[in-house]
Design a protein around this ligand. Structure first.
Ligand SMILES: Cc1cc2nc3c(=O)[nH]c(=O)nc-3n(C[C@H](O)[C@H](O)[C@H](O)COP(=O)(O)OP(=O)(O)OC[C@H]3O[C@@H](n4cnc5c(N)ncnc54)[C@H](O)[C@@H]3O)c2cc1C
Length: 512
């Protein structure tokens, strides 16, 4: 079966009946599917055009093998912070709440590894060396504070662990700048609060950043925009309140698609959009056919790098500018199918190691495969330039490099027969997304808000949604938030249009 003939629903191309209520949604990622679902709930007739042969977009669960026992790994989104209400609400509405499980994250398994200046250490033994290194770093950069009695052990522990987290999570271009902001601003603010209630661990040498920041929100107010813009993601990614869907995150887009009455047409790539006064004209490539399609309204959820590749007509200059201006952050994941979950022998039950180098982060997914079918390891997760560098290599070279580097920490990978398969996605190379997510870190709140306003802004009958059009870019939450906003905008447009049409009917000469 060729790609173009793969249709998610058995529906053939339908003829829309009610004029003024035909909507085409471009993209079957989470934002496109939620847009379609919400529009159908409001009585619109919707169809979704998806360029690839898979629904879910950047929610991409890979299964090593077939059948329910095949171990799975997330090559796209993998966790949901507990405060992401839209995402959790959709999981509940789709009947998936029973599949929610805790996601064990970076630095939370005491036996996982952390790369430090002293080499690879287990997290449980890293506190002392991290604090020593941080003290030395402080003395290098803030010698005048060497004898400052406020620089007590608690503050050093705070700075040491936050630096470790920044090193593990931030893209390389931001890492050094964030370390500087941390030294110059954050320590002085933290020195003013009592860290006692936030110290954790048997030696009380770790600071619970989540409880500290929520007890003292004023600390955030004193940080630079650059540091602040990244703290949300740092806190989210290391939160103890992260969730995942047992069996794979793709259950969510599949469930939403399964609730749609209209078709989701896979292998239907939109290559052109022309916005006219009374309709939107789409050029669609389906297999070897190119068809023209007219819609009353269109919601485009394709990421902007994919939209830039389309032939665009009828869009104003500001929209064309913002389409070019929104930057995307590369992200690369490399996953390994192992004969067995050897890391469990070493006491690692889950979570992730910060392995640094070119591998950066290594996650140990919860075992959900059947016994005898092996185990999945997310060997490497990189973002920014490091992801782009891995992306530029051939898949074969990328996989070799990751296995070689990671085997320094996990020599079991070199045992004959241990590695059954390796897969990867360099999202920066994927034409359908052009990156892992819209890149807003390091930008001021005002700049982000302005970019977001312009990205979302409809052009006549053409509306926009997708994580890049949301306040939670880089998250599923953002995709859903943008979909709900787009649906509201479509409703407003339609109501205004109907009122205008009714007025015309009463006064065809336009004398009103
Ligand atoms: C590596 C990685 C890790 C992530 N981790 C997390 C995480 O842990 N938690 C979290 O919440 N979020 C995470 N995210 C972000 C999350 O995956 C995205 O924010 C969300 O899935 C975006 O949804 P979307 O619908 O806006 O875009 P997409 O999912 O990209 O959907 C857009 C769709 O449009 C289609 N399309 C593009 N061009 C065309 C065209 N010309 N014609 C037709 N169709 C087209 C694409 O194929 C795609 O299916 C991660 C993302 C990546 C890449």
């Amino acid at each position: 079966m060729d790609a173009a003939s793969q249709i998610w629903h058995a529906h053939a191309f339908e003829k829309f009946e009610r004029p003024g209520r035909r909507v085409v949604v471009i993209g079957a990622g989470i934002s496109g599917l939620v847009t379609a679902y919400e529009l159908e709930c409001r009585g619109y007739r919707v169809r979704v055009l998806e360029g690839t042969t898979r629904i879910g977009g950047r929610i991409h669960t890979h299964r090593f093998g077939h059948g329910p026992g095949a171990p799975s790994v997330e090559l796209g989104a993998m966790r949901i912070p507990a405060h992401h209400h839209h995402a959790l609400e959709y999981i509940r509405r789709m009947g998936l709440a029973g599949k929610l499980r805790t996601f064990t994250t970076l630095l939370s398994d005491e036996n996982a590894f952390l790369r430090t200046e002293d080499g690879f250490l287990r997290i449980r033994e890293a506190s002392g060396p991290l604090r020593e290194n941080f003290r030395r770093e402080l003395e290098r950069h803030r010698p005048w504070q060497r004898h400052d009695e406020r620089l007590d052990d608690g503050i050093v522990a705070f700075g040491a662990w936050l630096t470790a987290i920044v090193d593990a999570i931030a893209p390389p271009d931001l890492r050094e700048a964030l370390r500087t902001d941390l030294r110059r601003q954050l320590l002085d603010l933290v020195a003013l609060v009592d860290l006692g209630p936030h110290l954790r661990g048997p030696a009380r040498d770790r600071v619970d950043l989540h409880s500290l920041f929520s007890a003292h929100p004023g600390i955030r107010a004193g940080c630079s925009a650059r540091l602040n813009s990244f703290l949300d993601d740092i806190l989210a990614e290391t939160s103890p309140d992260l969730l995942r869907l047992h069996g794979g995150m793709d259950a969510l887009p599949r469930a939403v698609a399964g609730r749609l009455r209209g078709p989701v047409l896979l292998g239907h790539r939109v290559t052109g959009i022309e916005v006219c006064d009374d309709l939107v004209r789409l050029t669609v490539r389906a297999g070897s056919r190119t068809v023209e399609e007219h819609a009353d309204l269109v919601v485009c959820t394709a990421p902007f790098p994919a939209v830039r590749r389309m032939r665009l007509r009828g869009l104003d200059a500001d929209k064309l500018d913002v389409l070019r201006e929104v930057e995307y952050c590369p992200a690369t994941k490399v996953a390994v199918h192992c004969r067995e979950a050897f890391w469990r022998e070493g006491g690692i039950q889950g979570g992730a190691s910060f392995t640094g180098g070119r591998v950066r982060q290594t996650y140990y997914p919860a075992p959900d495969g059947a016994p005898g079918q092996g185990a999945a390891l997310l060997a490497s997760y990189t973002i920014g330039d490091e992801a782009a560098r891995l992306g530029r290599m051939s898949a074969r070279r990328r996989h070799r490099l990751v296995l070689d580097e990671l085997s320094v920490v996990h020599p079991e990978l070199m045992t004959p027969g241990m590695v059954l398969d390796v897969v990867s996605v360099a999202w920066g190379n994927v034409a359908w997304s052009g990156g892992g997510c819209a890149y807003r870190w390091g930008k001021s709140d005002e700049r982000c808000a302005e970019e977001l306003r312009r990205a979302f802004h409809p052009v006549g009958r053409l509306f926009f949604a997708g994580e890049h059009c949301s306040t939670a870019s880089a998250w599923i939450e953002g995709g859903i938030e943008s979909a709900l906003r787009a649906v509201e905008a479509v409703g407003r447009h339609d109501r205004a249009h109907r009122t205008a049409t009714a007025a015309d009917r009463h006064d065809p000469a336009g004398a009103l």
